[in-house]
Design a binder for this molecule. Structure first.
Ligand SMILES: NC(=O)c1ccc[n+]([C@@H]2O[C@H](COP(=O)([O-])OP(=O)(O)OC[C@H]3O[C@@H](n4cnc5c(N)ncnc54)[C@H](O)[C@@H]3O)[C@@H](O)[C@H]2O)c1
Length: 357
């Protein structure tokens, strides 16, 4: 079991507990009421463990089941959660617990931030992306016209990452979360990348120790970045976009048929290669990362036939300001800098480095 410290804002921290059995390790003693918003596709035993932990503090948790997935992220879902909290008589000193993937934590987190001007909330992630990324950082939100158009910064008060759930996930769901892990490795440095290389076999066979170690080290990287910029004001968090400009463009170019994790895997490789051409970044990094992602079983090449659509989508990226775009460039592992790149140059380089499968 690992206990990490997360920064919500200066002087305010919360605990992130990672490991087998984390669901039973919540601290519910200071609350007057509790409601668990749970994804009905996630293992039911997890809801029961959370509820038992809450009961041991003398509270009976109200349960609110939802169907997880992107379609959940609407204002209606937020209002349903709020209605349910009101019906259950939750007051300002109550806690909302999100048990699900990023869609559930984004939606429940927003509801918690609005109810009675904001109540505390906790996250117990049930997807790999939730475990290594979405559960920390304090961003909540739903889609409205555009993705994540309405949201807030509302950091959770505790995060319980029970890695037993990762061991039971559908294989593709598990695998796709690993591309964010590799991204965090590039941001952290060679020590983490080499550790991932050494554990690639263990990760591919879901050895519990490897999964736990890697989830914890990945979270530590995100927490480290967030701690320096908890409200995304200083631009520090932009390094976390590494691989995502191309990933988002690929998702658009394929009509969202390409799963996010696959798009991030390909996006990482393409952007690392682009860094070599654009800024003379270390070419060994691009090769080693491509190799690692392939060993894990993730795709690294742009699907054939989407090249032109990909370039068009990059051109329409919402981060573009006039003729430039701010792009994280990995000069080397552990040396990622966000820099302004002229759009025309980027598209010209991408045309060369985004080799189809
Ligand atoms: N707030 C943040 O910092 C942040 C960061 C990254 C992503 N996100 C958001 O997260 C969302 C994606 O989250 P996600 O990838 O976790 O997917 P998700 O929450 O959309 O879940 C994907 C699918 O898996 C199912 N599921 C969940 N847990 C399961 C389990 N244990 N076993 C079987 N099925 C399970 C869900 O019902 C759903 O069908 C996106 O909306 C994205 O914007 C937020």
């Amino acid at each position: 079991m690992k206990i990490l410290e997360a920064t919500a804002r200066e002087g305010h921290t919360y605990r992130v507990i990672v490991g087998s059995g984390a669901l039973s390790m919540g601290d519910w003693s200071r609350y007057t009421g509790a409601m668990i918003v749970y994804d009905t596709s996630a293992p039911r035993w997890g809801v029961e463990e959370l509820a038992r932990g809450i009961a041991s503090s003398g509270l009976e948790a109200r349960l609110h089941g939802v169907a997880g997935g992107e379609a959940l992220k609407t204002l209606d879902s937020v209002l349903n959660i709020i209605d349910s909290m009101a019906e259950g008589g939750l007051d300002r000193w109550s806690v909302l617990v999100a048990y699900g993937g990023g869609s559930v934590s984004d939606t429940a987190g927003l509801a918690a931030s609005l109810y009675m001007r904001g109540i505390e909330w906790a996250v117990a992630p049930t997807t790999m992306l939730g475990m290594v990324d979405a559960s920390v950082g304090g961003k909540t939100g739903v889609n409205y016209g555009a993705k994540n158009m309405l949201g807030s910064f509302h950091h959770p008060s505790q995060v319980l990452v029970d890695t037993r759930i990762a061991l039971q996930l559908p294989w593709a769901e598990y695998l796709r979360g690993l591309s964010e892990v590799v991204k965090h490795g590039v941001i952290k440095g060679w020590s983490m990348l080499e550790d991932l290389e050494a554990r690639a076999g263990g990760l591919a066979s879901r050895r519990p120790e490897d999964v736990e170690e890697v989830v914890a080290s990945s979270l530590e990287v995100k927490l480290g970045v967030v701690a320096r910029d908890p409200r995304e004001r200083a631009g520090v968090r932009e390094v976390l976009n590494l691989g995502h400009t191309v990933a988002h463009a690929l998702e658009k170019a394929t009509g969202y048929k390409l799963p996010h994790g696959d798009a991030v895997s390909i996006g990482l490789v393409v952007e690392l290669r682009a860094g070599v051409e654009l800024r003379g970044a270390n070419p060994v990094l691009a090769r080693r990362v491509e190799d690692l992602l392939s060993r894990l079983g993730l795709p690294t090449r742009v699907p054939s036939g989407v090249g032109e659509a990909l370039l068009g989508a990059v051109w329409r990226d919402k981060k573009r300001r006039g003729h430039v775009i701010r792009l994280p460039i990995a000069y080397d592992a552990g040396d990622v800098r966000v820099e302004e790149v002229p759009m025309e140059r980027l598209v010209e380089v991408l045309r060369r480095v985004a080799e189809p499968a």
